[in-house]
Design a protein around this ligand. Structure first.
Ligand SMILES: Nc1ncnc2c1ncn2[C@@H]1O[C@H](COP(=O)(O)OP(=O)(O)OP(=O)(O)O)[C@@H](O)[C@H]1O
Ligand SMILES: [Mg+2]
Length: 255
């Protein structure tokens, strides 16, 4: 198994939506773990009104492993997003951001449990949300095979990304490749964004599709499959690029 982390510079560029799309498009079983300290949003968004019988999520998992570190407990809190197929899985995030204090000391245990329980046949995509906050669990990024900053190619997003990537680079050094994924077109071409952000590679650009994205971010009714494919094909390209980038030689984030 491999662990991939998606993050943002803030400003809600579409990390959770991209996380859902990319795990849906993954070529093997994939678990989206919502570890954003601000709280998860898939239950209230994509799954709005469809969460009967839910046992809990990240917080409940952290509390359970504090008592019994048996890795199989993970599956009690993981739900399937594709019913019986069980190739597209979700560990729901916090429902109340105040609960982050209860898991701050449990991140290492959570990642250990995820690693052992996921086994060979499941890859994990962590949605860590905005980085550069005091509660950002950088240790999750350090435990990943690849980190992807999701951002819109605008001056504001690039300006917010710079100090955050600099800090991340100092934290992970050369141990984790750090890459960029753009959402749509903006003020800057991918090559300019890359240049402004320490030469980090732009590994994919997701199509800017507000109505299709709202299916995943807010549980809006899905349009025709052919239309939805535009977003999902973009996710498939991102998924392939993520797997490739995780295995390629990389440089440290150098300011
Ligand atoms: N590819 C896309 N094209 C257009 N709109 C998008 C795209 N991806 C996401 N969005 C929209 O952007 C908004 C924010 O999405 P999302 O909640 O995924 O962002 P986020 O980065 O996870 O935010 P937060 O940090 O608040 O959790 C939503 O309205 C969503 O539909
Ligand atoms: Mg989010």
């Amino acid at each position: 198994m491999a662990i991939f982390t998606l993050m943002s510079p803030g400003g809600s560029p579409g990390v959770t939506t991209t996380g859902l799309a990319v795990t849906h498009a993954w070529d093997r079983r994939a678990l989206l773990a919502e570890c954003d300290p601000k709280g998860g949003s898939v239950l209230q968004g994509f799954l709005a009104g469809r969460t009967d019988g839910l046992k809990g999520g990240l917080l409940e998992l952290a509390l359970a492993i504090a008592h019994d570190p048996d890795a199989s407990v993970l599956w009690e809190y993981v739900i399937s997003l594709d019913q019986e197929v069980r190739r597209w899985l979700l560990l729901p995030g916090l429902r109340d951001p105040r609960h982050v204090v209860q898991i701050e000391s449990a991140w290492d245990a959570v990642i250990d449990v995820i690693k052992s329980a996921a086994g060979e046949d499941t890859d994990v995509v962590i949605d860590i949300g905005q980085i550069g906050r005091p509660d950002t669990p950088l240790r999750l990024i350090a435990a990943s095979q690849l980190a992807v900053m999701v951002l819109r190619p605008t001056l504001r997003q690039v300006a917010d990304a710079r100090p955050r990537l600099d800090a991340l680079g100092r934290y992970v050094g050369t141990s984790v490749p750090v890459t960029l994924c753009l959402i749509g077109a903006g003020d800057y071409a991918p090559v300019e964004v890359s240049q402004a952000l320490y030469g980090l590679p732009v590994i994919a650009t997701m199509p800017f599709e507000p109505r299709l994205a709202a299916v995943l971010s807010d549980g809006r009714p899905a349009p025709r499959a052919a239309r939805m494919a535009h977003l999902l094909n973009g996710a498939q390209r991102l998924a392939a690029s993520m797997r490739k980038a995780a295995n390629e030689p990389h440089k440290a984030v150098a300011s």
